[in-house]
Design a protein around this ligand. Structure first.
Ligand code: RIB
Length: 333
């Protein structure tokens, strides 16, 4: 079925195509109310949908931003994407979501797609060593904001992050105050700088208390299965453990399942603390104590920052850092 055009409306209304264009683009100051009403009524009756591509080519704007994120199945990213979309809609922008599954090749493919679709800007949550993706955005003069996944090589670019290291220190301080001395740490993927930031917070706090033991550090993968696998290895290590700090909530969920399945009481035998405060962490049993990232605020701020950049609005600082917050629930004693 042929798409309805402005010319179709003009012919039916008995006016010029230019008149229809002025009415539909709200540049209708010199047009009579009768003509305006007739054109608008016909556009609705004929189900006319504007050709945004044509308008974009003339205005060089699409009022669309892209969001590139590593794992849409992780509630952390779903929540941050929701916040960005809320902010974009409020500010009159459409959103294109791109899920990369932490695959760099897929990430680069989506960056090319977004550039080709002439998005006005990109909110980019890196899946790993994302230098090529960032260089493509820069080389094509596409405004972008890095979010959450801090990359030291690009620390001067616009970014919205949480203070990972101090967040973990906050958690260790709490566990120490509760009398825990054998605190294990399940870290995130070594390919991510935020994993290292959290690990540095653990090492710094444990060393300051004189209780650092490198045998209590275990590899992790930021997903539930990874939390289960790491916890099985931790139990097999026979290390004396009275608390486990997981680098994100999903791994803590997996760890709790393994510990309970092995008859370990939480928190009586082992206290558990996570990182993120994803929505589900308050509903599991026992409810998860965690270090909360202000996920929704980070998403909203990243959207506002990007649209300020698109509109050339000056900012005092190119980076925004959010504090974390300790949320005490039932997995710590
Ligand atoms: O749960 C996913 C993790 O990766 C979160 O801690 C968040 O910081 C993201 O980077």
């Amino acid at each position: 079925m042929k798409k309805v055009t402005m010319l179709d409306i003009a012919n039916k209304a008995g006016v010029s195509k230019a008149t229809v264009s002025m009415v539909l683009n709200k540049r209708d100051g010199n047009i009579s109310e009768e003509t305006k009403s007739k054109v608008m009524a016909l556009a609705k009756e004929m189900n006319y949908i504007p050709n945004h591509l044509a308008r974009s080519l003339s205005t060089k704007k699409t009022n669309t931003i892209g969001i590139v994120l590593p794992d849409i199945t992780n509630p952390f990213f779903a929540s941050i994407a929701r916040a960005i979309e809320d902010g974009a809609s409020y500010l009159g922008y459409n959103v294109i979501f791109c899920n990369t599954d932490n695959e760099i090749k897929k990430e680069e493919k989506y960056i090319k797609v977004l550039i080709s679709k002439l998005v006005d800007g990109v909110i980019f949550i890196a899946g790993g060593e994302s230098c090529t993706s960032i260089k493509m955005l820069r080389n094509n003069n596409v405004p972008f904001v890095l979010v959450d996944r801090y990359i030291d090589s690009y620390k001067e670019d616009y970014g919205v992050y949480c203070l990972n290291k101090s967040g973990v220190i906050q958690g260790i301080d709490y566990l120490y105050d509760k009398g825990k001395r054998n605190i294990a740490f399940v870290k995130g993927p070594d390919t991510l700088e935020i994993s290292n930031q959290r690990l540095q917070g653990y090492k710094c706090a444990m060393s300051q208390y004189g209780i650092y033991n490198e045998n209590l550090i275990f590899k992790g993968s930021f997903n539930i299965e990874g939390g289960m696998d790491s916890t099985k290895i931790l139990l097999e290590s026979k290390e004396k453990i009275d608390a486990i700090f997981y680098s994100n909530d999903l791994m803590a969920l997996g760890g709790i399942k393994v510990l309970l399945r092995n008859g370990i009481r939480i928190p009586q035998d082992i206290s558990i603390i996570g990182f993120d405060n994803i929505h589900i962490s308050q509903f599991i049993e026992p409810e998860l104590t965690t270090i909360a990232q202000p996920i929704y605020e980070m998403g909203k701020e990243s959207c506002k920052l990007l649209i300020d950049i698109i509109n050339n609005k000056r900012r005092l600082s190119k980076q925004v850092y959010f504090e974390t917050q300790l949320i005490v629930r039932s997995t710590t004693l």
